[in-house]
Design a protein around this ligand. Sequence first.
Ligand SMILES: [Zn+2]
Length: 323
Amino acid sequence: MSVLSKPYFHDEAAAFEYVEGVIWGGQPSCPHCGVVGKVYALKGVRSKPSKKNPEGVERHGLKKCAACRKQFTVRKGTIFEESHLELHKWLQAIYLMCSSKKGISALQLQRTLEVQYKTAWFLAHRIREAMRSGDLSPFGMDGGIVEMDETYIGREPNTPITKGGSHKMKVVSLIDRDTGRSRSMVVENVNIKTIGQIVAANMVREARIVTDEGSWYNRVAEQVAAHGTVNHGKAEYVSRFDPDIHTNTVEGFFSIFKRGMKGVYQHCSKKHLHRYMAEFDFRYSNRSATGCEDQERAMRALIGGVGKRLTYRRTDGGAACAA
Ligand SMILES: [Zn+2]
């Protein structure tokens, strides 16, 4: 037995049973009228005959609401809605994305799941959407330490290459040392104003922030209880006065992120960068060291897919992102 031999990775009926268990917890609710519990299963219903399937295919997980008489499956209102891909393949994809520390490319998903590239690409982006945390709770509660740093990656669209990092895309990340969570933002500029806005939106006043010596962090101290710095320019990585003052945790996060972006994803356009950040934040915030193992992480991603119906639309035949 291995994780991959679980029935819900292979069998469509088992996949539905698993997803229903995770999302409904034994109490199906009607997505049309919201009634809970007055739902019964419709067994043996088949889809209309088609050329490919003259007998039709079995409609797994079909339910009917006794209150409003409408039909639905657990896919309704989730990232799975409006997708023709079988649910067990979705579960395989979610597991692969959640268990690979640096991510998994759409090409690899295409080969492993034996689907078209286009399908794999949309699948991966929808799973990233499921991973996107709606959690806006502030960092640094009870005077906890928050590490903050910026990194530069890829290339800003339509920007000539310059000696500094200004032609690259910019990401600011926060790590709450107490909870172990990360939160990353794609920003236009790294300056005092942007940093001030990020601190105001994401941290409590009693937080203690640690950064490097970047001048854009100069006024952070005005917004929170304390601001410690390490001077990387002078090869200071841990403060000589306080061993808690370092940014090694956030540097470690950037290191996983960059290895993933360079080694696995290779290229990412700016309009999608925030989704990749959500993916790396999700895996990091739900990592083994926080007590969350692969299967639990996959389950959390699955739950994250509820209420996030497909937000992509095709416009000019290319992949467009509406969100
Ligand atoms: Zn209903």
